[in-house]
Design a protein around this ligand. Sequence first.
Ligand SMILES: NC(=O)c1ccc[n+]([C@@H]2O[C@H](COP(=O)([O-])OP(=O)(O)OC[C@H]3O[C@@H](n4cnc5c(N)ncnc54)[C@H](O)[C@@H]3O)[C@@H](O)[C@H]2O)c1
Length: 325
Amino acid sequence: MSVASATATSPGAVAVVGAGVIGRSWIRVFTRAGFPTRVYDPDAEQLGRAVAWAGASAREDVHLGLCSYSEARAAEGRITSCTTLEEALDGVDYVQESGPEAVATKQSIYRELDAAAAPGVVLGSSTSANDMTVIAQGLAGAARCIVAHPVNPPHVIPLVEVLAGAETSPGVTASTLRLLRRAGMAPVLLDRFAPGFVLNRLQAALLREAISLVGTGVASPQVVDVVMREGLGLRWALVGPFGTGHVNADGGVGSYFRMYGDAYRSVWKDLDSAPNFGEDVIDAIARGMTATYGEDAVTDLSAWRDRMVRRIMQLKVEDPPPGAD
Ligand SMILES: NC(=O)c1ccc[n+]([C@@H]2O[C@H](COP(=O)([O-])OP(=O)(O)OC[C@H]3O[C@@H](n4cnc5c(N)ncnc54)[C@H](O)[C@@H]3O)[C@@H](O)[C@H]2O)c1
């Protein structure tokens, strides 16, 4: 059975291969959307932890009012733990590979997947940095291999960057986009490979400047974060960088860029392309975060961030922007 053959009422089964930070979150994405989900990790303890985490995370959603107890139970009931890759691939339409990032490891996992998966099963990868053209090079089933790069954690943040390799078939790209939408995600299709895709390139560009501002004494780490949190970030979740330009001048983005083009060019010339990213700067940033959030705050901060992201997303559903269908 192929991805395209799943019926309107019952999605076909999927496999999550690699059950670390990202794989366990994909379990939540698929199971809450009704997909029977077969999970495999060569590390049996990691597999057990991921399945236990997915159940606890679903129950936490009940607590937060995001789903009912019976929905959480039903989602948990869709998980099958598998002790071999072959067992995980049995009867599935789609695989979400989430193993280690090193390219040689990805190639080796893809060799195994392509050998073991039935014809027509789509092999999607969570890779953050690798090109599917390289991962699937030489595979008989290269046409069914595709990048489906999520944002951490995918059960909270819906964006997925989808990118075909040189040999990926257009039908596989179309069915992957359909399946991800059906799973409640918001996939975007990229046109060609660039290291870091779009999301991590934007993130890296901003981080490079944030690190430079701290390292060159322009502002403390706390102030850089406040500028994002209380300034740029408030707009970007709603309208993006180009949308921001669009509302920054009465005549829209064309007028804004023409008006401020020289100002941007002049700042661009001053930007630091290789900031100091040494231990001293990293320590200063770490101290800044401890000063802001206190010791041992990572777990609570991350849970709060996830809750707030969901509330912002809900607000956007309730009050969509003009032009949204
Ligand atoms: N963590 C992130 O922020 C993030 C975001 C987006 C995408 N990704 C991508 O997702 C993938 C997984 O990242 P992660 O952060 O979950 O890593 P992780 O280290 O938490 O998990 C990797 C898992 O792969 C398992 N594994 C090892 N060898 C394997 C094999 N041969 N077959 C299947 N599984 C195997 C490990 O046991 C481990 O459980 C990577 O490609 C990464 O680039 C990560």
